[in-house]
Design a protein around this ligand. Structure first.
Ligand code: NAD
Ligand code: IPM
Ligand code: MN
Length: 347
């Protein structure tokens, strides 16, 4: 059996961290006999340079025919202000594959408490899952851009809210049974629809889940004040983008945070960070967010939960006892870190 993984390294540190994930996946394949095959495709800024399109047809076809897509990061100063941006390719990829639910787990690993910008007693116990809607809202609404006037529309249908909320409710059932839905229902009509749908679903389908609602501004505060209180957080596209960067740094570094983008078809697995132009090409990016995304891929798309567990355990053991990358206060390089995790898998 062969499972085809399409790799989209992208720009900046994207190729560096994706290389690291491949090193670890190859070690996992050796140990668990996963039958993985890899194929790389141009995507993002590099695809603009080579094809004039951040998401060329050849890349689209490869992704549609894959068992899973592994993505580094796209974007960078080189393409800012251009006619077409690398980030448009990312949005088109998500839309094409219909990955409406973006799972972003944030966990404070043992031994990293001192790296949180919060006091250690506040940071202790951070273990939350942000479920971010990924193919709707203001990212995909009507846009008009003029010299003196511009509009971005934020639209949601009840069905779009329902399908992502169902994933969040189910995730809550598998964790502590608590779900916090985040919106801006005191101002936005789309948020009031969001809240109505979530309330109805809790009553009709998920009475065993304890649901609460929080306005996004208060949420930004509560995440700092009491991050360990939260379990599953459900929110719309842009709020989820912002809150997940905020939450990631509370657990030490954005370089540690993975994600899975799921829908009805092929899943996309990418770290939540970007192309980090400030450290690109220096071999010092943290590959662990990418490696943990690869573990999510094994679990959600490739039916290899044992291999996923092993990678996560190897990362945890690595963080507890080995040299760390610069974002975690160490001096270890990207490749060195990936090899250390891979070596633990092969032990
Ligand atoms: P960023 O996430 O790239 O970087 C923010 C900060 O975090 C930087 O200081 C960076 O050095 C650091 N950082 C990020 N990842 C790291 C890692 N793995 N190890 C160590 N440090 C890390 O955000 P930005 O600077 O706002 O964006 C840069 C570009 O990336 C922009 O073009 C943006 O649009 C794009 N972007 C892409 C994605 C994606 O492809 N999924 C996500 C976010 C941003
Ligand atoms: C992310 C990124 C993307 C987003 C950008 C690059 C389009 O910030 O994946 O978090 O906003 O979704
Ligand atoms: Mn983001």
């Amino acid at each position: 059996m062969s499972r085809k993984i399409v790799c989209l390294p992208g720009d900046g540190i994207g190729p560096e961290v994706l290389d690291g994930a491949r090193t670890v996946l190859e070690a996992a394949d050796e140990r668990f006999g996963l039958g993985l095959s890899f194929e790389s495709q141009d995507f993002g800024g590099i695809a603009i340079d080579k094809h004039g399109d951040p998401f060329p047809d050849s890349t689209r076809a490869a992704c549609q025919g894959a068992d899973a897509v592994l993505l580094g990061a796209v974007g960078g100063p080189k393409w800012e202000g251009g006619e077409v941006r690398p980030e448009q390719g990312l949005l088109a990829l998500r839309k094409t594959l219909g990955t409406f639910a973006n799972l972003r787990p944030i966990t404070l690993f043992e031994g990293l408490e001192h790296l949180s910008p919060l006091k250690e007693d506040r940071a202790a116990g951070i273990d939350l899952l942000i479920v971010r809607e990924l193919t709707g809202g203001i990212y995909f609404g009507k846009r008009q851009e003029g010299e003196t006037h511009a509009t971005d529309e934020c639209a949601y249908s009840a069905e779009e809210v329902e399908r992502v909320a169902r994933i969040a409710f189910k995730a809550a059932q598998g964790r502590s049974g608590r779900l916090t839905s985040v919106d801006k229902a005191n101002v936005l009509a789309s948020s009031r629809l969001w809240r109505r749908v979530v309330v109805r679903m809790q009553a009709e389908e998920f009475p065993d889940v304890t649901l609460d609602h929080m306005l996004v501004d208060a949420m930004a505060m509560k995440l700092i004040e009491a991050p360990a209180w939260f379990d599953v957080i459900l929110t719309e596209n842009m709020f989820g983008d912002i809150l997940s960067d905020e939450a990631s740094v509370l657990a030490g570094s954005i370089g540690l945070a993975p994600s899975a983008s799921l829908g009805d078809g092929v899943g996309i697995y990418e770290p939540i960070h970007g192309s980090a132009p400030d450290i690109a090409g220096q071999g010092k990016a943290n590959p662990l967010g990418m490696i943990l995304s690869a573990a999510m891929m094994l679990r959600h798309s490739l039916d290899a939960a044992d291999a996923a567990d092993a990678i996560e355990a190897a990362v945890q053991a690595h963080l507890a006892s080995s040299a760390r990358t610069a974002d975690l206060g160490g001096t270890a390089g990207t490749g060195e870190t990936a090899e250390a995790v891979a070596a633990r898998l092969s032990e």
